[in-house]
Design a binder for this molecule. Structure first.
Ligand code: SF4
Ligand code: SF4
Length: 175
């Protein structure tokens, strides 16, 4: 029974003497190798070399501070809810007296973690955040890693450093 009319019956011709020697095929293969040897390399030596990024590139996350250096995140959980990869987890805590200079709202994220092995850099967490607290940086790639334990990013690596705060507001990230 024939399943399709597009099937072709191929006849296997006997090999010629030259073909049996394999030398022309080897020379042809070497020719292709030599041709590619002198072409521009498609690979780069990352992370020492970096490619130019697209203007819509979404890179490593940052948890922003406000103009006074307070953490913007209020641990509402909307980013975790929006995340299709379930990469975000957090633990909320209540701001205590005397911590007003650290956290913007009465509730803050005592623990905030992103699993970079799960993250697909879709940017949905950024879109879901009502406090303009989380952004995917357009010019910073997630660095390479060698241990699985290195890919869980906690607040120590996500919260914007104070000196960074001095240079960039959220204007850089708002499109
Ligand atoms: S960028 Fe996408 S996948 Fe990554 S943490 Fe945000 S919502 Fe989740
Ligand atoms: S980053 Fe934004 S959305 Fe996520 S918990 Fe903090 S305030 Fe809520």
């Amino acid at each position: 029974m024939r399943l399709t009319n597009r099937a072709k019956h191929l006849e296997k011709k006997p090999m010629t003497l030259v073909e049996k020697m394999y030398l022309p095929a080897i020379a042809q293969g070497l020719g292709i190798t030599i041709k590619h040897f002198f072409r521009k390399k498609a690979t780069i030596q990352y992370p020492e070399q970096k490619r130019e990024l697209s203007p819509i590139f979404r890179g490593l996350h940052v948890l922003k501070r406000d103009e006074e250096g307070k953490e913007r995140c209020t641990a509402c959980g909307l980013c975790a809810l929006a995340c299709p990869a379930e990469a975000i987890s957090m633990e909320a805590a209540e701001r205590k007296k005397g911590e007003e200079h650290l956290y913007r709202e009465e509730k803050y994220a005592a623990v905030y973690e992103i699993n970079m092995l799960r993250c697909i850099f879709c940017g949905l967490c950024e879109e879901a955040c009502p406090k303009a607290a989380i952004f995917l940086q357009p010019d910073v790639m997630a660095p390479p890693f060698y241990e699985r334990s290195e890919v869980i990013y906690g607040k120590d690596r996500l919260v914007e450093k104070m000196e960074q705060r001095a240079n960039t507001g959220i204007e850089k990230y708002v499109k």
